[in-house]
Design a protein around this ligand. Structure first.
Ligand SMILES: Cc1ncc(COP(=O)(O)O)c(C=O)c1O
Length: 330
């Protein structure tokens, strides 16, 4: 017995819990992971200026890594089910794609901030699209109200989605670069924190350092770290070009990210624009603002240890042509 009279409890951290979950057995070790590999692409790792390695998830099906988590989740539900989700756009595209591939019916609620390219893509994949609210959090509240008998699928607060998105990306990346270890730095855009959580769970114990990136204008994970508690509501968040990173975090993603990330770096809007232009010119990659934050952080001077490698997760390419054009004109 402990001094307080309670049995001594083994401390089980958030990463350990995720690694011991059913979702880990399904997605990382089992059949669901096989479905994700079947229905998504193995995206290339491109070497950029000064050796930075870029995992080009913008070339993923639907234009972002979100197809991975959506397949991982919907594959566990079985066909003919209805699913409802809220999304800044990319998770909605992923769910619409997975629903079509696996025979489910999807409804996606996006906020008024969702770019046209994402709205049109969701409809083209056969999902029902609803537009509600001025930001992600309002769209999510509406989607939860609408769910009824359908399953609400969170874009980040769900173990299958976290491991499908981040876990399968990390496994693939690690294989492609011959393993990640001490000195290596992986730079990850953070919205709700699901991607970073899945990557963190898979790379735990590897010795690789993980850093999150958020736009300064909308930084719920950074603010949660400062507050020492998850901001599961984040009305303070302001507008950012990186609309995919807007909104609150979840208790669960905060707990995992607190263990997995060395910290969260903040980038300014003009640096995001500059990174979009530079990635296009120097890497031949189209990046949406939410993906460009990782390269913006590196090109702003984030440094890896001597001899360590830099890996940026370039998470998506769904940018409206007018905005891309605007960034290229500087
Ligand atoms: C392009 C892009 N990058 C990064 C993220 C952040 O992912 P997460 O919400 O899992 O932190 C998103 C989320 O929608 C996204 O669309």
């Amino acid at each position: 017995m402990g001094a307080s009279g309670t049995p001594p409890s083994e401390h089980v951290g958030a990463i350990d819990r995720l690694r011991e979950s059913d979702a880990w057995r399904d997605v990382i070790e089992g059949e669901t992971g096989r479905r994700v590999r079947e229905l998504t692409r193995r995206t290339p790792v491109i070497e950029g200026p000064s050796g930075v390695l870029v995992k080009a998830e913008g070339l993923q099906r639907t234009g972002s890594f979100k197809a991975r988590g959506a397949v991982a989740k919907l594959a566990t539900l079985g066909p003919d089910r209805g699913v409802v989700t809220a999304s800044a756009g990319n998770h909605g595209l992923g769910v619409a794609y997975a629903a079509r591939a696996l025979g489910l019916r999807a409804t996606v609620v996006v906020s008024e901030m969702a770019p046209d390219v994402k709205r049109r893509g969701i409809e083209a994949l056969g999902a029902r699209l609803l537009v509600h609210g001025s930001g992600y959090d309002e769209a999510e509240a509406r989607a939860r109200e609408l769910a009824g008998d359908a399953v609400f699928v969170s874009g980040f607060d769900d173990e299958h989605v976290m491991l499908g998105n981040g876990g399968t990306t990390a496994l693939e990346l690690s294989e492609q670069v011959g393993g990640l270890g001490p000195g290596d730095l992986v730079v990850i855009p953070v919205g709700g924190g699901g991607l970073a959580s899945g990557i963190g769970a898979v790379l735990a114990g590897s010795g690789a350092r993980l850093v999150g990136v958020e736009p300064r204008a909308n930084r719920a994970m950074h603010a949660s770290f400062e507050a020492g508690a998850a901001l599961t509501s984040y009305p303070e968040g302001g507008p950012t070009l990186a609309e995919g990173l807007e909104g609150a975090v979840a208790e669960r993603t905060y707990e995992v990210c607190r263990e997995a990330l060395e910290g969260v770096v903040l980038v300014e809007e003009d640096r995001i624009r500059a990174a979009i232009a530079r990635a296009y010119r120097e890497l031949g990659l189209i990046l949406e603002p939410s993906a460009a934050v990782s390269l913006a952080a590196v090109w702003d001077g984030l440094t890896a240890a001597d001899g360590g490698r830099f890996v940026c997760i370039a998470t998506g390419s769904n940018i409206d042509p007018d905005l891309l054009d605007d960034c290229l004109r500087g």
